[in-house]
Design a protein around this ligand. Structure first.
Ligand SMILES: C[S@@+](CC[C@H](N)C(=O)[O-])C[C@H]1O[C@@H](n2cnc3c(N)ncnc32)[C@H](O)[C@@H]1O
Length: 291
């Protein structure tokens, strides 16, 4: 290793200062994640090497990434992974970056599975993207049979990579197509259908941050004028694919949840629950379909 470059500690301090003015939310964390990626090490290891000098070529690679971060590119796309429910998932710009609120969707799904009391529940993750929900459910419910689908073939390639990374490629089947129409006709019914569909409204409610719209796939974001187009289609189609007593668990925006709860109830779903996200806002809706 050449030793003429600045130390890890100095590179991190300067990067944090640079990002503070441009991306002020988590400048230190972002700088650490990018440098750890360039060095092929963990963030903790950066601190054990704080006073080592870095070779110029690594500093230059880091600075290129830092510049892109400064322009708004998400850290997850720059480093190629994101943590979800304590596990690492490959992400590319073809998939939505997994969000903490989607961990609430997983937790509510696990509660519903437990309430169903089935030994080998059949679970479907519709709009799977990176596959983070499907993989997490398969790992948390050891005997489950999991299927997942998405409209976007490139997103399914990322999901497939994550299935392999978590050694689930023999246990989870992936299907490509429009919502539940992706399922082959003779597929057995499910005990739970979970979905985090695109639910950003084009005409009402809060707009996502500019960086989200610019960098993340718009197919993963927008759900029509009120954002509920796919949520309603899922509720309409689910009864064809759920076993009696099966659960539907959906993530959505807080302003959509009351209307969607009524919509589910009109279609025969009972025992509906609304679960708040980490900010205390209603985010996840579940309901049990009684035939
Ligand atoms: C909000 S992302 C959710 C991704 C992942 N489940 C997560 O929670 O991080 C929505 C996903 O729905 C997919 N999608 C959009 N329209 C669809 C449709 N009509 N049928 C199936 N999937 C669709 C997108 O490709 C995207 O992967």
């Amino acid at each position: 290793m050449t030793s003429e470059g600045p130390t890890v500690s100095r590179v991190l301090d300067e990067a944090t200062e640079f990002l503070s003015s441009r991306r002020p939310r988590t400048p230190r964390l972002d700088a650490e994640l990018l440098l750890a990626y360039v060095l092929g090490q963990s963030r903790t290891q950066l601190y054990t090497r704080a006073f080592e000098q870095l070779p110029r070529n690594q500093v230059e690679k880091f600075q290129q990434l830092l510049k892109r971060r400064g322009q708004g590119a998400p850290v997850a796309y720059l480093v190629g992974w994101k943590e979800f429910y304590g596990r690492r998932f490959v992400v590319t710009p073809d998939v939505l970056i997994p969000r903490p609120e989607t961990e609430i969707l997983v937790e509510e799904s696990l509660r519903c599975v437990e309430r169903s009391g089935l030994a080998r529940p059949r679970l479907l993750d519709c709009c799977t993207g990176s596959g983070c929900v499907a993989v997490t459910l398969a790992l948390e419910v050891a005997e489950s049979q999991v299927r997942a689908c998405d409209l976007c073939p490139k997103a399914l390639e990322v999901a497939a990579e994550n299935l392999v990374a978590h050694n689930l490629h023999r246990r989870i089947k992936l299907y490509q197509g429009d919502l539940l129409e992706a399922l082959p006709p003779h597929t057995q019914r499910f005990d739970l259908i979970v979905s985090n569909p695109p639910y950003v409204a084009t005409d009402v409610g809060p707009r996502p941050e500019e960086g989200v719209v610019r960098y993340e796939p718009n197919l993963a974001l927008f759900g029509g004028r009120d954002g509920c187009d796919l949520l309603r289609r899922l509720a309409d189609g689910a009864t064809r694919w759920l076993n009696p007593g099966g659960w539907m668990v959906l993530e959505m925006a807080p302003f959509q949840i009351e209307g969607m709860e009524a919509y589910l109830q009109e279609r025969g779903f009972q025992h509906t629950s609304i679960v708040p996200d980490l900010s205390g806002l209603p985010r996840v809706l579940s309901g049990r379909w009684e035939s």
